[in-house]
Design a binder for this molecule. Sequence first.
Ligand SMILES: [Mn+2]
Length: 424
Amino acid sequence: MLMNSEIIQAHNERLSVQHAHRFAFAAETIPGIEGILQKLIDFQIAIPSWALGTGGTRFGRFNGGGEPRTLEEKIEDVGLLHALNRSSGAISLHIPWDIPTDPLKIRELAAQHGLGFDAVNSNTFQDQPGQQHSYKFGSLQHVNKAVRKQAVAHNQEVIQQGIALGSQSLTVWLSDGSCFPGQLNFRKAFQNTLEGLQEIYAALPADWKMFVEYKAYEPNFYSMTVGDWGQSLLYANKLGNKAYTLVDLGHHLPNANIQQIVALLLQEKKLGGFHFNDSKYGDDDLTVGSIDPYQLFLIFHELVEGMDARQMNHAKDLGWMIDASHNVKDPLEDLLQSVEAIMIAYTQALLVDAKALEEAQENNDVARAQEILQEAYRTDVRSVVAEARFRSGAALAPLPLFREQAVRRQLIQTRGDKTTATGL
Ligand SMILES: [Mn+2]
């Protein structure tokens, strides 16, 4: 264990005077602070198994060193994050990049770190060694039934893997689509995909959810068979009440109003989960909140408002996951930053005066409405997030502690400098 409670306690003691001062000011000015703190303590964000190593682009990949070589080491890395912030209490696995050979042992190891398993992710966007049929021209949409059957069977197998781990949801992201006009009959592609999804859906246990993730473009550039939230919602509605739309923040066309998408999906009871990241142009998979933290806040505002309107449990009723790629930063530092950004945006959204905003909206008081939102957004809530961490036994300042302890250097010493995380 690279991070234990003694290290964290000593770190917190060093920062306690300064923190107490900052938090006292926040507590004095924020109404209902205790309720907010409890919500923050309960809120957990799943870390994807594929984000623990250095990512790359199609031009290259630059090794970071000390990357997890096995699923066990990936779980240790998430355990480390969770020890530092107590907000990363779950891991989202990608199959077949991370196939547990002994699920019971993996489950035990995760439990030792206080981790559960969030959605399992299937992969029909690349061919695996020994695979009979190629996904070059799609998987569930494919013109050849044998390819479609293979893709369905893979998803059914992923569900079985998930059951063994105690997961309760499957995320299906399809790269299916076309690169050129005329390549595909859109209606046939949709129908084939729907039939495949129906077969997968039939294999879901009663208490499971299925998330249908959409993406506007890439790897296919002319059409995507699940290209936007409307298409995902179509599939989800046809599939049934265990099927939901999953919103990945990077999977929209530029300037899409994600806030509005979220609000409407929530109203339709079809928002299932989130993949957090940030982007400047497309699916950039950058650190959450690094480019447009105001948009992240506005999304959280719609989430909180929409979930409260339906008396939903913020922590449990939606799947909260990060989906990012760390190309130039230490993946663990990057993930600490992402979780922090999510917690800050969530806290700010909890500060919005919902009643006053409704009044302003009913009176067409546009200026007042903007003031109400920005009042919450411009509140410095960092000490509130830190206090929630402190109360759950985590570090007041996770990233500085990660550096003070030279965690990456220790990981390099144990794992070596030239490791590559599985799947990357
Ligand atoms: Mn995603």
